[in-house]
Design a protein around this ligand. Structure first.
Ligand code: CS2
Ligand code: MN
Length: 369
């Protein structure tokens, strides 16, 4: 299977972007979707999944990648109730299998998903982008949650469910005994239960890294660098236990060399899903999200795409967060225009890399890895 370009869509009635608009972005074949009205831990019913299938069908998009089936906090904390939630997760996987789903992206971040201190940070070109400044969020998770919820304009954002945010104190209390080692154990327990089902359903699990890749509010974070990536893939030895490599999340820590990580883990077949975007460091613990173009940020997108090409990557790629440009109003990071530019740029890089290889190595374009 060749690389497939995906585009994240938040669903009918929950996204201002229409599937007919996404259809007009050249080269996008896959809608990265989820049932965003579901709380973590709930079973996704077949009828609900069938509705999404029906919406995608007229456009010829596949629904191979789900991002995310969120993991209930009791699983991350390791409470006795986790077994029931794991059962529910497994039922969801069996239901997803009937619709041909191939990859589930998920994360194992305590309490929050991604975290930013400004969702609409003005850039010199007049656009806005997601922004992070470590010093602004040192000790007040409530202020951060309130800020994010206020700026979602009534839209859902996974990991920031208002129901969960209303229980923030309780959640922090729950996570108090959860050390990093405990979180590792709980991830292993979860994956061990899932692997036989992954095998049966032919569904790959692809954990998304922590964003930003360091501890926040004293909560442990375990997917932040190369060493952790190695530990994750070794936690349970199965081709179904893999990674989502998000260049922007991992790349916000300058010690992570993304092309090298793609070559190492992609070369071993551990990367099932790639999020490719750029970020610009503006100081230690500070970054803003840039346009995808290499020249606009701190990451070299050509080298990243080349690494994917060279390892013979056959999974799914999507552009990640975009800036808000051309007066678009919408979900922060997930507008139409800049992500469409991102997809086209990534496809352009891919074509150039591929043709260059074909010229050098003959018809199959196989690279000398
Ligand atoms: C996403 C993550 O918007 C983003 O940063 O890449 O929120 C991702 O969907 C989750 O962490 C996966 O569970
Ligand atoms: Mn990502």
């Amino acid at each position: 299977m060749p690389m497939q370009m995906g585009f994240r869509w938040y669903g009918e009635g929950n996204d201002s972007i229409k599937l007919s608009d996404i259809k007009q972005i050249p080269g996008v074949t896959s809608i990265v979707w989820a049932l965003h009205h579901k709380q973590p831990g709930e079973v996704w019913e077949k009828e609900e999944i069938a509705q999404v299938q029906k919406q995608l069908e007229p456009y010829g998009f596949n629904m191979d990648v789900v991002e995310s089936v969120n993991v209930h906090d009791d699983i991350k904390v390791g409470l006795p109730t986790r077994d029931q939630y794991i059962e529910n997760y497994i039922q969801t996987m069996r239901n997803l299998k009937e619709f041909g789903v191939k990859v589930i992206c998920y994360n194992f971040m305590p309490v929050f998903d991604w975290t930013r201190t400004d969702l609409f940070h003005p850039l010199p070109d007049g656009s806005t982008a997601l922004f992070y400044e470590k010093d602004l969020i040192q000790d007040d998770p409530r202020a951060m949650a309130d800020y994010i919820l206020k700026n979602l304009n009534g839209m859902t954002f996974p990991g920031w469910e208002p129901e969960r945010m209303a229980r923030l104190d309780e959640l922090f209390e729950m996570y108090r005994p959860v050390t990093k080692e405990k979180l590792w154990e709980n991830l292993k327990y979860f994956l061990e239960k899932l692997m036989p089902v992954c095998h049966e359903c032919d569904i790959k699990m692809a954990i998304h890294m922590d964003d930003p890749p360091w501890d926040i509010f004293g909560l442990p974070r375990i997917y932040t660098c190369r060493e952790n990536m190695r530990r994750i893939v070794e936690l349970v030895d199965s081709p179904y236990n893999g990674l989502t490599l998000c260049s922007g999340s991992l790349g916000s820590s300058p010690c992570n060399d993304i092309p090298a990580l793609v070559r190492e883990f992609g070369g071993e077949g551990h990367i099932h899903f790639a999020h490719v975007r750029n970020i610009k460091f503006t100081g230690p613990g500070r970054f803003e999200e840039a346009a995808h173009l290499s020249g606009d940020g701190s990451l070299d997108l050509y080298e990243i795409m080349k690494a994917y090409y060279d390892v013979g990557f056959e999974g799914y790629i999507r552009p990640d967060h975009g800036r808000m440009i051309w007066d678009e109003k919408g979900r922060a990071g997930y507008g139409l225009y800049d992500r469409a530019l991102g997809a086209s740029y990534l496809n352009g890089l891919w074509e150039a890399i591929q043709k260059n290889n074909i010229q050098r190595n003959g018809q199959n374009g196989a690279a000398a890895v």
